[in-house]
Design a protein around this ligand. Structure first.
Ligand code: 5AD
Ligand code: SF4
Length: 407
């Protein structure tokens, strides 16, 4: 979501005549777009803002945007006085006006050109109404709001005209998308008809709302990638309840079975948290067994960190940091083994590869991904970004499939 928001801001600036600076020392405007989801994200953002404030030109402007900006507001300027502006995530819809007035005021315009990749994002909704007990997102991004279908179609057409082949639809919970009765599967059907769009992805689905209609729609539409990101967070029913996730581990596993029935080759990925307040060793082991059973292609794994203002912040954050890290390492080790095995099982198989770019400094080595979420490298003389090729996986390097072109 933040990468997509940064891209939108970059486009706004470039459409108004700005161009990318060669580095932070040369820039007239520096923007740090921040995340608040874990304490670590904020610590890193503050360190980066301090670093930039020390090296920027005296005349340059420094803006802080996004979720940390929303959460901390002008406290950021008190901490780091070199910051000129704090623009919170809830102001994102007014960004155009903010940018226009700021650019006019500071005469920051030089002709520039925007380069697009072949895979790009479109946010289909903002905010979240789920209030998982650990999560800051509903507070910093506000209530759920769906963006109208016609605006989304226009955004997709605009991207395609600039060479984009693959669109990822973004929302905190895409399943609750609703524009006057058009739900998310309906939206997928509408966009699937757009000529020139080769692939459609989306993230994130909340397991409680991941419906059979969605999965059967995916199975019936060939441009939709075979990848479902379905954050599970924990394997213990007691912990899931404390997290206010509104499903049990059994219900979650039933969703996985449903996905595999419709889409046997799909990559399923997840987010998992360890060390939630009062999580016992046995409850952590419930997460371990769920992970062993679910066979995720990949997982984003985190140690719980308390976020001020959330429901969980009033619980006793009683798992020592060392214990959280030790659980996290055990989980990562298990998942890494599963990921390796899945990649190895794909050796010998045919895949549909979208080339996204060239491997740096290697003329004939191309990077991309398959129709699931697997990273692919292809050694090939004649190729270019945006091509979709049938390839065969020759070997696996653990987290990447090295492929050959099928003649
Ligand atoms: N502590 C640790 N991880 C968190 N996440 C969200 N809030 C927290 C928190 N307070 C994780 C969840 C979510 C992902 C985006 O970040 O796993 O799915
Ligand atoms: Fe946060 Fe839960 Fe909403 Fe995801 S669904 S953004 S974890 S509140």
């Amino acid at each position: 979501m933040n990468v997509a928001d940064s891209d939108d801001l970059r486009s706004l600036l470039i459409e108004r005549g700005c161009s990318a600076a060669s580095g932070p020392r040369e820039a007239d405007l520096l923007v740090v777009n921040t995340c608040s989801v874990r304490e670590h994200a904020e610590t890193r953002a503050l360190a980066r803002i301090r670093e930039l404030s020390a090296i920027k030109k005296d005349t340059a402007f420094l803006w802080v945007t996004g979720c940390m900006a929303q959460r901390m507001g002008d406290k950021i300027i008190e901490l780091i006085p070199a910051v000129d502006r704090v623009i919170g995530a809830k102001e994102i819809d007014n960004l155009e006006t903010i940018v226009d007035s700021a650019l006019q005021m500071h005469s920051l315009t030089v002709p520039g050109e925007q380069k697009y990749g072949v895979s790009d994002f479109v946010s289909i909704m903002r905010g979240c109404d789920n209030y998982c007990s650990y999560c800051i997102v509903p507070y910093v991004r506000g209530h759920e709001k769906s963006i109208p279908v016609d605006l989304l179609e226009k955004a997709v057409h605009r991207k395609i005209s600039r060479g984009v082949k693959e669109i990822t639809f973004l929302g905190q919970n895409v399943n609750s998308y609703n524009d006057n009765g058009t739900d998310f599967p309906d939206l997928l059907r509408r966009v699937h008809c757009i000529d020139g769009l080769e692939r459609i992805r989306f993230t994130t689905s909340h397991p409680k709302d991941c419906s059979e209609k969605l999965i059967s729609t995916m199975a019936s539409l060939p441009k939709i990638c075979r990848h479902v990101h379905l954050p599970v967070q924990a394997g213990s029913d007691r912990v899931l309840q404390m997290m206010n996730r509104r499903y049990t581990s059994d219900q979650y596993l039933q969703k996985i079975d449903m996905i595999r029935r419709y889409l046997p080759d799909a990559d399923i990925t997840t987010d998992i948290m360890v060390g939630f307040p009062s999580e016992t060793e046995q409850e952590f082991r419930d997460t371990i067994s769920l992970v062993s059973r679910a066979c995720f292609t990949n997982a984003f794994m985190f140690a719980y960190s308390s976020r001020e203002g959330t429901e969980a912040a009033s619980m006793n954050d009683d798992i020592p940091r060392q214990e959280k890290l030790s659980r996290l390492n055990r989980l990562i080790e298990l998942q890494t083994g599963i990921t390796r095995k899945i990649y190895e099982n794909n050796v010998g198989k045919q895949l549909e590869l979208l080339i996204t770019g060239r491997q740096e400094k290697r003329d004939q080595l191309w990077m991309g991904h398959d129709k699931g979420c697997k990273r692919v490298l292809l050694s090939c003389e004649k190729a270019e970004a945006g091509m979709i090729l049938n390839v065969q996986a020759a070997k696996s390097s653990g987290m990447t499939l090295i492929c050959e072109r099928i003649p």
